[in-house]
Design a protein around this ligand. Sequence first.
Ligand code: IPM
Ligand code: MG
Length: 382
Amino acid sequence: MNKIENTNIAQATAHFENLLREQLARAEKMANAQPPKDFKTIDKITVGFCGGDGIGPIIMKETRRVLETLLADELAEGRLIFKDIEGLTIENRTAKGKAIPDDVLAEIKTCDVILKGPTETPKGGTLESANVSMRRELDLYANVRPVTVPEEGIDWIFYRENTEGEYALGSKGIEVPGVLAMDFKVTTDCGTKRIARAAFEYARKNGKTNVAIVTKANIMKKTDGKFSKLCHEVAADYPEITAEDWYIDIMTANLIKKGRRSQFQVFVLPNLYGDIITDEAAEIQGGVGTAGSANIGDCYAMFEAIHGSAPRMMEEGRGEYANPSSLIKASELLLRHIGMTEAADRLTDAMAACDKEKAVVITNHKDGATCKEFADYVISKL
Ligand code: IPM
Ligand code: MG
């Protein structure tokens, strides 16, 4: 073996040791976690708004207007506080060289929950995704993504593990230039049990009878093998619910199989599979612009659209025709999370009425309604 190879191996081994220590420390911290925040005991709830990039500020402005109408009483009484958080923009993040600049993160941490517009993630380079960073910094371990197609009997909810898997060390892989590159996937016991618990609890509280555990445990034997095994251990506490193992490849096929797909109810999956399959599911619902996403931790929670910042729409001057539905749906999830169920139901009904009547339709192009017109339409149905 030549000298260069030995140097590479020594460097990579040292790097790997650091990663292992870092992840062991994270696992230990998880094991000592505080009990979850109970919103019933909080009389003033602060909601932070981060507009984000591209179409983000446009859909945020209109979503906020809808919420201000819906929650006028709560805001007037001071039970809810709306707070604008500036600076989670690609310009500021690039200038500071940080996925979430320190002052922005400090502001975010003064809120109980966050509503966030899409943030741009540069391909390559060293700037980490703001989403991934926020999920990690606030330990938002459950990415909850509902998808419904009532006319087909589809009522799915995805519990995607949100802090580990392929994402934990996604920007910390190893490379031997010109020869190979390796990334790492991390699955911890605590991290798996808490997402499994969240999925089965949801199933129990909502009368669901089936949870699909989706992995590729036949290939990723250590990480996905652990994920599946621990999900079954948690499932033992929920004897009324059937826990079924599925591989991600056949599950993606099943989701486009009419008749079969409506039989699935709750899904629990590792991070990357959850990322991919929830885009597929959202498309079945009517497009990624129609789905909201909750990122829930024990202390904080962040709610967002599942789509990106749509740079092409902005370049082509179509930003004002962007669809705010995903962010409005994310706000519904936010309201349910903080226990404002009645307001959430009113919003759900208004959105459903718009969807059914279709008097104002967004196409993302100039032949359709603007984001503002759509928000007015939703407000008219509240
Ligand atoms: C999502 C997005 C993010 C992810 C990106 C923006 C980092 O695709 O929320 O699904 O990969 O998780
Ligand atoms: Mg995604």
